[in-house]
Design a protein around this ligand. Structure first.
Ligand code: FAD
Ligand code: MG
Length: 382
């Protein structure tokens, strides 16, 4: 067979050009029909004791809607596993009989989250400790049962504090019996201990939601689980997301700084939303595992910023770290950050001469502090 081509005739070239244009036009029409054009879908719910908002952007309203609804369904599913307020959740079953011989069988997700929580507890020297549950429910801060203990309660607090200790939790994996190819997961805690994942589970849920959205092809989305943010890709304006840091001195929605990021998680802990005040003393919901009392922190807020591109649980990690660094206070938190370059942070500390803002080196180019709304803030540190 002869593959050599003869000279092209002008009529043939025109014919092929027209065909190519028609094919492109058809492909474009097909794409518009399938994708449905550019769209934005927002879904909100109340879950895990907080407001949840998932905003997805892209093409194809139907697929974006289904992705956003799958995201909310996942958060509800995880709440059923992790909540201490839901009887029969994995965590409630453990807390009802913490030292059960052989442990309690739990879901793969509970196991994975506990493993991560224990690892962060170790990394933070126990400033974050998921075995703090008895104290969290005793204080009840942020709930209708919030209480300010009297002197008579000091012994009870000391008893509850004495059983806190992440190293007493043990995790065990085994192969399912009966020839099934399946791993089963078991957890046991120390006698008298109660687990509480309030300081880490919203971040884990945000990680899972981001994974679901990405797996469904979503390229631009913002997941907000009570202030635990994951920004997927770039904003719908095709620029980096510009996200605000809550001003700890003013009502929700007022910001003192903003950060420009893409594919990142931002998680904030502070004492300004869940607290009770009595006789001028502020009792808040972040407890110091070493004392059993609300952490006497000189920090007003801690925001952790980490990259968020895929498989790792960086929002859960950021959640645990924001709680831990708040407990540590300014000096210890800065030391911790100096040893963990992958963790970027914005700290607002309380000093005699007014509040000060500390921004880690890796964020300096990305964070803009709005001096007009936070006039007394000074930049400190590096
Ligand atoms: P973070 O700093 O991230 O966490 C503080 C929380 O962590 C505390 O509230 C406490 O739970 C725990 N904690 C305190 N000190 C420590 C410490 N040193 N180490 C480790 N953990 C610590 N709230 C309700 O009012 N009603 C509900 O029904 C409800 N259900 C929830 C279900 C789930 C699955 C989860 C994860 C949380 C739920 N919450 C509920 C709690 C609530 O939404 C938040 O978790 C809580 O307000 C704290 O989140 P944060 O981001 O403010 O603070
Ligand atoms: Mg936290």
């Amino acid at each position: 067979m002869d593959f050599r081509k003869g000279p092209k005739s002008p009529g043939r070239t025109r014919f092929f050009t027209v065909c190519a244009i028609l094919a492109l036009a058809l492909a474009f029409l097909f794409y518009i029909a399938v994708s449905g054009g550019s769209a934005e879908v927002e879904r909100e719910t109340f879950a895990m004791g907080t407001l949840v908002k998932v905003s997805v952007y892209g093409r194809g309203e139907a697929s974006l809607t289904s992705a956003a609804e799958a995201a909310l369904a996942e958060i509800s599913r995880l709440e059923e596993l992790f909540s201490v307020n839901i009887a029969g959740s994995d965590i409630s079953r453990i807390n009802a009989d913490p030292a059960k011989p052989g442990g309690h069988e739990v879901s793969a997700e509970t196991y994975e989250l506990l493993r991560l929580a224990l690892s962060e507890a170790e990394a933070t020297g126990g400033a974050f400790d998921p075995t703090i549950g008895a104290l969290v429910s005793f204080w009840g801060i942020g709930t209708e049962k919030a209480r300010i203990p009297s002197a008579a309660d000091n012994d009870d607090i000391a008893d509850m504090q004495s059983v806190v200790g992440w190293s007493k939790v043990s995790l065990r994996e085994a192969s399912a019996e009966g020839g099934e190819e399946r791993t089963v997961y078991f957890v046991s805690a120390g006698a008298g201990q109660a687990l509480d994942l309030g300081g880490v589970a919203k971040g884990y849920a945000a990680d899972r939601v981001a994974a679901i959205l990405r797996a469904r092809g979503v390229k631009s989305a913002l997941v907000d689980i009570g202030g635990n943010l994951v920004a997927i890709g770039r904003s719908p304006k095709r620029r980096e997301w510009r996200l605000g840091f809550q001003d700890p001195f003013r009502p929700r929605g007022n910001y003192f700084a903003s950060v420009s990021v893409s594919d990142a998680t931002i998680v904030t802990s502070g004492a300004y939303e869940r607290f009770v005040r009595k006789n001028g003393v502020l009792y808040h919901h972040i407890l110091d595992p070493e004392t059993g009392y609300p952490a006497m922190s000189d920090l007003e807020s801690v925001s952790i910023v980490m990259e968020h591109t895929g498989s790792r649980h960086n929002s859960a990690r950021s959640d645990a770290l924001s709680t831990a660094l708040f407990v540590m206070g300014f000096e210890r938190a800065v030391k911790f950050l100096e040893g963990h370059g992958e963790v970027q942070a914005v700290l607002v500390s309380r000093r005699e001469d007014g509040p000060a803002v500390y921004v880690t080196d890796g964020l300096k180019q990305r964070v803009a502090v709005q001096e007009d709304v936070f006039p007394k803030a000074k930049e400190v540190g590096r």
